[in-house]
Design a protein around this ligand. Structure first.
Ligand code: NAD
Ligand code: UDX
Length: 464
C-alpha cells in the first residue's frame, strides 16, 4: 500500500509544520492541509512567508520549497478528504470549559466533527491517523463513528502522536528522537496500513527510530511523555523555592543532579512556570482519566505537577510586590516577553498572562515588549481570564514595539520569556532611564546578575 495523497485536517502549530516537512521529504506524495479557519489558510498561502500564521525557525524555508509543488493549503475539507488515501486529524483538543469534566477532560468535539465528516465524504478506503493528542481509547470512539456513519468503506485507524516542541518544531521533525505509530496488528490489512505510515516517515527517519506499538500504548505514551517532562520542570521549580531560603543556587543544583546519567541534564531549568498549550491540558486530562477509572492516588500524584506550577507563577508575582516595598499600585513594571517560551509567537497558557493578572490586581501598570507576539493577542489572553473589564485591561497593560520604551521610567523589569536578544540589550542605558531603586526579576535566569548589580540594579533570579 503506497500513499499518494495525504490530507491533514487542522492547519495549526502541529498540522502546518508537520505536513510541510512530510511534503518536503516525500516529493511523490501530494499533501493538502485543510482548515475551517479561512484567515489561517490565507496566511499559509501568503507569498510573503513572514506572514505565515506561525513563527517557527526554519519553517518559512520548508514552506517555500514545497508549497505549490506537493504542499497545498485549502479550506476545501471535503475535497481533500475525498482525494486522500491517508487522513491526519490534527485539530485542537483543548480542556473542556463546560459540562462533565469541565476544567479537566479534553474536549473532543472537534475530533468527533472530523470523524463524522470523513465518514460522510469518504467513498474509498482510508487510513485515518490520530495526530492530535487524545485520551487513551479515543480510537475506539473514532472507529465506532466511522463504522456506523460511513458509506460502507474500510477505515484503518492509527495513532501517531506528535512530539515536536514549539520553537524547535522543524528541527524536532527532521531530527526527532523517534516517531511513534500505534495500530492494530491482527489482520494483514491493518498491518499494511501501519506499514504505509512507517514508509512515509522512512523517507528521512532511521528504521530504529520508528517505534510501533498497539494503539492504546501509543495514545497513552503521548500523555505520559508530556506528564514526565512537565514533572521535571515542577520538580526543579519546587527546589528553586527551597534554594531561595537556604542560599543554595538552583542552577548549581540542576547541574549537579543533571550530570547523573540516570537523571540527565535536560528540562531542569527553573523558571516562572511552564506554559504552552500542551503540558497543563494533557496532565489535567491524565488526571481526569485516572479519576474516571477510580485511580485516586494516580490522579493525585499527577495533579501535584499542576499545583506546583500554579504556585510558581503566583509566587513570582508575589515576590515582585513584596520586594517593591509591598506595593506596586501605580508603578510601571516592564515585561520582557509574553510568549510561553522563546522562538514562538504562541502565548497559550503562558506564565506571563497569570503574572500580569496578579500584578494588575495590585494595580500595577504593565508595559510589555515581546519580539513576536502581537499586542491584540496580549489583550485577548488577559480578557480570557475574565478578571476585570476589557477597558481596564487595555488601560493598565500596554504593548510597546521596542524594549527601551517598555523599560523607560519603570520601577522594575520582569523577564517572562527567555528570548536570546534580551541578553544583549544595553542594560546601562535601560538602568539610567528607570526609577530607582531599579529592580530586575529574571523569571528565566538568563541575565548575568553580577553584571547587572555592577550597573546598579537589584537583581532577583529564580532559585538564587
Ligand atoms: P491549533 O489550535 O494551533 O490548530 C488546530 C486547527 O484545527 C485550528 O486551526 C482549527 O481551526 C482547526 N480545526 C478545528 N476543527 C476543525 C474541523 N472540524 N475542520 C477543519 N479544521 C478544524 O492546535 P495545535 O497546537 O496544532 O494542536 C493540535 C493537536 O496537536 C492538539 O491535540 C495538541 O494537543 C496536539 N499537539 C500540539 C503540540 C504543540 O506544540 N502545539 C505538540 C504536540 C501535539
Ligand atoms: C511540549 C513537549 O516538549 C513536546 O514534546 C510536546 O509535543 C508538546 O509539549 P512545548 O510545550 O512546545 O512542547 O515546549 P517545551 O519546550 O516542552 O516547554 C514547555 C514549557 O516548559 C515552556 O513554558 C518552557 O519555558 C518550560 N520549561 C521547559 C521550563 O520552564 N524549564 C525547562 O527546563 C524546560
Amino acid at each position: 500500500m503506497k500513499v499518494k495523497n495525504i490530507c491533514c485536517i487542522g492547519a495549526g502549530y502541529v498540522g502546518g509544520p508537520t505536513m510541510s516537512v512530510i511534503a518536503q521529504k516525500c516529493h511523490e506524495i501530494k499533501v493538502t492541509v485543510v482548515d475551517i479557519n479561512e484567515e489561517r489558510i490565507a496566511q499559509w498561502n501568503d507569498k510573503n512567508t513572514d506572514l505565515l500564521p506561525i513563527y517557527e525557525p526554519g519553517l518559512a524555508e520548508v514552506v517555500e520549497e514545497a508549497r505549490g509543488r506537493n504542499l497545498f493549503f485549502s479550506t476545501d475539507v471535503d475535497g481533500a478528504i475525498d482525494e486522500a488515501d491517508m487522513i491526519f486529524i490534527s485539530v485542537n483538543t483543548p480542556t473542556k470549559t463546560y459540562g462533565i469534566g469541565k476544567g479537566m477532560a479534553a474536549d473532543l468535539k472537534y475530533i468527533e466533527l472530523c470523524a463524522r465528516q470523513i465518514a460522510r465524504v469518504a467513498k474509498s478506503d482510508k487510513i485515518v491517523v490520530e495526530k492530535s493528542t487524545l485520551p487513551v481509547r479515543t480510537a475506539a470512539a473514532l472507529k465506532s463513528i466511522l463504522h456506523y456513519t460511513g458509506n460502507g468503506v474500510n477505515f484503518h485507524i492509527l495513532s501517531n502522536p506528535e512530539f515536536l516542541a514549539e520553537g524547535t518544531a522543524i528541527q524536532d521533525l527532521l531530527e526527532g528522537d523517534r516517531v511513534l505509530i500505534g495500530g492494530e496488528r491482527d489482520t494483514q490489512e491493518s498491518r499494511d496500513a501501519m506499514q504505509a505510515l512507517v514508509d512515509v516517515y522512512a523517507h528521512w527517519m532511521k528504521p530504529d527510530q520508528i517505534l510501533t506499538t498497539n494503539v492504546w500504548s501509543s495514545e497513552l505514551s503521548k500523555l505520559t511523555a508530556n506528564a514526565f517532562l512537565a514533572q521535571r520542570v515542577s520538580s526543579i521549580n519546587a527546589m528553586s523555592e527551597l534554594c531561595e531560603v537556604t542560599d543554595a543556587d538552583v542552577s548549581e543544583v540542576a547541574r549537579a543532579v543533571g550530570t547523573d546519567s540516570r537523571i540527565g541534564p535536560k528540562f531542569l531549568k527553573a523558571s516562572v512556570g511552564f506554559g504552552g498549550s500542551c503540558f497543563q491540558k494533557d496532565i489535567l486530562n491524565l488526571v481526569y482519566i485516572a479519576k474516571s477509572y477510580g485511580l485516586k492516588e494516580v490522579a493525585d500524584y499527577w495533579e501535584q505537577v499542576i499545583i506546583m506550577n500554579d504556585h510558581q507563577k503566583r509566587r513570582f508575582a508575589r515576590n515582585i510586590v513584596q520586594t517593591l516595598f509591598n506595593t506596586v499600585s501605580g508603578k510601571k513594571i516592564a515585561f520582557l516577553g509574553w510568549a510561553f517560551k522563546k522562538d514562538t509567537n504562541d502565548t497559550r497558557e503562558s506564565a506571563a498572562i497569570y503574572v500580569a493578572d496578579d500584578l494588575l490586581e495590585e494595580k500595577a501598570e504593565i508595559a510589555v515588549f515581546d519580539p513576536k507576539v502581537k499586542p491584540h493577542q496580549m489583550q485577548t489572553d488577559l480578557n480570557f481570564l475574565n478578571t476585570r473589564s476589557q477597558d481596564e485591561n487595555a488601560e493598565m497593560l500596554t504593548a510597546t514595539d521596542n524594549y527601551y520604551d517598555a523599560c523607560k521610567d519603570a520601577h522594575a523589569i520582569a523577564v517572562l520569556t527567555e528570548w536570546d536578544e534580551f541578553k544583549d540589550y544595553d542594560w546601562k542605558k535601560i538602568y539610567d532611564n528607570m526609577r530607582k531603586p531599579a529592580f530586575v526579576f529574571d523569571g528565566r535566569n538568563i541575565l548575568n546578575g553580577e553584571d547587572l548589580e555592577k550597573i546598579g540594579f537589584i537583581y532577583r533570579g529564580i532559585g538564587k
